[in-house]
Write a protein that binds this ligand. Structure first.
Ligand SMILES: C[S@@+](CC[C@H](N)C(=O)[O-])C[C@H]1O[C@@H](n2cnc3c(N)ncnc32)[C@H](O)[C@@H]1O
Length: 280
């Protein structure tokens, strides 16, 4: 691949998904885009690159963008954040939202669904306390292909062995051939929707809790700032933001601060929380 091809494709990816690709990752382009070249009957990577250079048809550019996303995910990823949700965030919401008996959670880069389904299972375990409540889980991702998998809720043996407690597997999944499908009652708890984090976040409404985990790592600093500030606008004064283990708000935005003693969870920084209170 020549330098111009790399730069043109990297620019396209940055514009369409926020992915910041440096030259050391050039090998990734060829390995991930070769299957796209085959699907579109190009003779090889060079012909695909030529079509991208000419800004070929939209469906091709979508395939290229989706092929470059990393969809790695698993149930109860890192465990601790979900323990904290169970032990701190959920009890807080049950008390703080008791008057309106509703809250909304956003899984902002949900990939194949393990993150929102983990939340659905946790909520289901508290079904007695949540009786009569309206709880919405909105799960979004850039990639339609991965969202189709998420909606189906069908997982391989390997996927259900990563992080999912056996008791939950037995309780919430049914075996379908050599795979496992999550129960329809859990699938119904989640509203899956295609959404690009570079877009206008306000169309999604407000959320009490946002999980934006393991996606900001792929963005450059200005894009991280833009997305985090957009999320801050979606939260009430006492909202919660979850980031991935390798992600932080430090040096990116002053609108969030880490919740003392709760690694990976952020609240609005006090000055901004005051503004959010006034605005609500
Ligand atoms: C590594 S997965 C993270 C999944 C899950 N949040 C977790 O922590 O296990 C990253 C996901 O971000 C999605 N993604 C990448 N860029 C995006 C964008 N601009 N808008 C929305 N989703 C994006 C990818 O399609 C991919 O499914």
């Amino acid at each position: 691949m020549n330098v111009t091809d790399f730069e043109i494709i990297a620019q396209l990816l940055k514009e369409r998904s926020g992915l910041a690709l440096n030259k050391e990752k050039a090998y990734l382009l060829e390995s991930r885009l070769n299957p796209v070249a085959r699907k579109w009957n190009f003779s090889g990577f060079d012909e695909l690159a030529q079509a991208i250079r000419n800004r070929g048809e939209e469906a091709l550019l979508v395939d290229v963008t989706e092929a470059m996303t990393t969809n790695e995910s698993f149930f109860f990823r890192d465990q601790k954040p979900f323990d904290q949700f169970n032990e701190m965030v959920l009890p807080y919401l049950l008390e703080a939202r008791a008057a309106r008996r509703s809250f909304r959670i956003w899984s902002a880069a949900c990939s194949s669904g393990q993150e929102p389904y983990t939340l659905a299972m946790l909520l289901k375990e508290h079904a007695d306390k949540l009786a009569g409540w309206r709880v919405e889980i909105v799960a979004t991702d850039l990639s339609n292909e991965i969202l189709d998998k998420a909606k189906e809720g069908l997982y391989s043996q390997f996927e259900v062995q990563r992080g999912l407690p056996i008791a939950h597997l037995v309780k919430y999944f049914a075996q379908v051939g050599d795979r496992w499908q999550i129960d329809e009652s859990l699938r119904k708890m989640i509203k899956f929707q295609q959404f690009n984090l570079l877009g206008d976040l306000s169309i999604l409404g407000k959320f009490d809790v946002v999980f934006c985990r393991n996606v900001l790592i792929y963005f450059d600093m200005p894009t991280k700032t833009q997305v985090l500030n957009g999320i801050a606008d979606r939260l009430p004064a006492d909202g919660f933001l979850y980031l991935g283990g390798a992600e932080t708000v430090l040096g990116t935005t002053d609108r969030f601060e880490i919740m003392q003693g709760h690694r990976g969870i952020y609240s609005l920084a006090s000055a901004h929380a005051e503004k959010a209170k006034v605005a609500s």
